[in-house]
Design a protein around this ligand. Structure first.
Ligand SMILES: Nc1nc2c(ncn2[C@@H]2O[C@H](COP(=O)(O)OP(=O)(O)OP(=O)(O)O)[C@@H](O)[C@H]2O)c(=O)[nH]1
Ligand SMILES: [Mg+2]
Length: 203
């Protein structure tokens, strides 16, 4: 058996801090990134579900902070309870300014609540990092550990993936190449699960 995630369960769609789950012993993994980058899809892929996390038919779909509980399982069948947070995406121009402000307020309230130790910041391979992504990466690194994970790798031809990955690694100043995933093709999902196991080791 390999690394896997079992028992995924939706906890709450929170809009204010009082609603955040209070069990602080459980490692919390926050999934951040631009609107439409594939946060909700990646969670569904990790969970092995299609519908647990709502996926956008249009960008800006996720507006609450959605909390999920699940168990990471290693090949020796040891289990570790974790919690995932699906954040609203930033940078979608077509939601109203008021709505964008409210969404950044929600994200900032989460980050300043001082609860996250571990974030994965998603970057679309074909689009590469925007200035907002770079700022988000800095912000997440300031308050915890942030790991960059690449989404939608299926949208680039195989022979273009490596160069795009190298350019991205350079631009973001990463010590090693980030993990490449595709939620639709199932690429990198078990590698990411294994990575999450080691990242939560001493959380
Ligand atoms: N080709 C391809 N499309 C993907 C992949 N992952 C997500 N998508 C598509 O990208 C769109 C956005 O996906 P979501 O998972 O809703 O993105 P999100 O980051 O949660 O978006 P917000 O909730 O708006 O922040 C959807 O149409 C998905 O079907 C992928 O790996 N490959
Ligand atoms: Mg979403």
């Amino acid at each position: 058996m390999s690394f896997r995630i079992i028992n995924p369960s939706f906890l709450i769609g929170a809009v204010r801090e009082a609603q955040f789950p209070s069990d602080e012993a459980t490692a919390e993994i926050v999934v951040a990134g631009r609107s439409n980058v594939g946060k909700s899809s990646l969670l569904n892929a990790l969970f092995g579900t299609r519908k647990l996390v709502r996926v956008a038919d249009r960008p800006g779909k996720t507006q609450e902070l959605n909390f999920f509980s699940a168990d990471l399982v290693n090949p020796a069948d040891e289990r570790r309870a974790v919690r995932f947070v699906d954040l609203p995406g930033y940078g979608y121009a077509r939601v109203s300014k008021d709505q964008q402000r409210e969404m950044s307020r929600r994200i900032n309230r989460y980050l300043s609540a001082g609860r996250h130790r571990l974030a994965i910041l998603l970057i679309d391979l074909k689009r590469g990092p925007s200035d907002q992504d770079l700022a988000a990466f800095d912000g997440l690194c300031d308050v915890g550990y942030a790991e960059v994970v690449i989404t939608k790798s299926d949208q680039l031809a195989r022979n273009k993936r490596r160069p795009a990955l190298d350019a991205l690694q350079m631009r973001m100043g990463l010590a090693r190449p980030p993990l490449l995933t595709s939620s639709t093709k199932g690429i990198g999902i078990s590698a990411l699960t294994e990575r999450l196991w080691s990242l939560t080791e001493d959380a």
